[in-house]
Design a protein around this ligand. Structure first.
Ligand SMILES: C[S@@+](CC[C@H](N)C(=O)[O-])C[C@H]1O[C@@H](n2cnc3c(N)ncnc32)[C@H](O)[C@@H]1O
Length: 277
């Protein structure tokens, strides 16, 4: 078996924390006593994914919502990389979610057709979709800012891809070096201004893009809106509207070709297909 290389790209810089990105969160206290209080606390905890306050998440592979700069560092921890797959994608429900996501990516690739041969899987993480892309006969390069995540991708990926460590904000590839960038489970970590920078980089390096976005038209967003109006949560839940999505892509010099929901109502994920303008 040929061992695929993990290449550390020459670019480094700008990976440090940004001011304001890691503002401390104010813990929320529950003033309602007894069962009612516990019910409210439980609802709040579920709605906020156990981010702060009582019963905070103990998951070691799940980042806290402290902004993009924190998340950029979070996944570079070996312990996080080791537990990532087990905590995110194991079990029948999560495996099903994986299949739905892959089905939509395939729909998007089918839509783009044979023009797509060279694909950048960014961020590839632990290689969730890298082997599946390669098994479709595509030439795949896996990229991530975390060497630890990519090490797992190489160990478990099997498909013999090439992995390059780099920052999505400044890709170490020439203009048009690729046909398509596939970017899954990433943009929701990123603030809107940086998303535009990253989309521009995607458009510079590849004509087509398949990008996973989180939108507002879901049960989760509705529940969060109600809880926020009632004062049970103050945390932001950033989700794009359809118009906002179009504006964001346009600002990055891209045209949205199609938007595919991963599942109806209970999922807040879109697979967005776009092309350089
Ligand atoms: C939630 S994981 C998603 C990985 C994979 N696409 C998946 O679906 O499992 C997010 C990944 O983004 C990577 N990441 C964060 N900021 C990055 C950046 N600026 N450039 C490249 N990768 C980045 C992290 O290292 C992490 O592996």
């Amino acid at each position: 078996m040929i061992e695929s290389p993990v290449i550390a790209a020459t670019y480094s810089g700008g990976w440090g924390p940004r001011s304001g990105d890691e503002a401390a969160r104010t813990p929320v206290r529950f003033a309602v006593a007894g069962d009612a209080g516990r019910r409210i606390a439980a609802t709040w905890e579920r709605a906020t994914d156990g981010m702060t306050g009582p019963g905070s998440s103990t998951s070691t592979s799940k980042p806290q919502p402290r902004g993009y700069a924190y998340k950029k560092r979070f996944y570079r921890d070996a312990g996080v990389a080791e537990l990532y797959d087990e905590e995110r994608f194991s079990g029948p429900w999560k495996a099903r979610r994986n299949r739905s996501k892959w089905a939509r990516i395939e729909t998007a690739l089918d839509r783009l057709g044979p023009d797509v041969r060279r694909v950048l899987d960014l961020p590839c993480g632990t290689g969730r979709f890298t082997p599946a892309l390669a098994n479709r006969g595509l030439d795949v390069v896996g990229c991530d800012i975390s060497l630890e995540m990519m090490r797992r991708a190489r160990e478990t990926g099997g498909a013999g891809g090439v992995f390059v460590q780099c920052d999505a904000e400044r890709l170490p590839f020439a203009d048009d070096a690729l046909d398509c960038v596939v970017s899954i489970r990433f943009m929701f970590h990123v603030d809107p201004a940086t998303r535009v920078t990253i989309l521009r980089e995607f458009g510079r390096t590849a004509r087509f893009q398949i990008v996973d976005y989180r939108h507002r038209y879901s049960y989760r967003y509705m529940k969060w809106s109600v809880l926020r109006k009632m004062g049970f949560t103050r945390r932001p839940l950033e989700r794009v509207s359809r118009d906002g999505l179009g504006r964001e892509f346009q600002e990055a010099g891209l045209r949205v070709l199609g938007v595919f929901p991963v599942a109806r109502f209970f999922s807040d994920k879109w697979i967005v297909v776009s092309e350089r303008l």
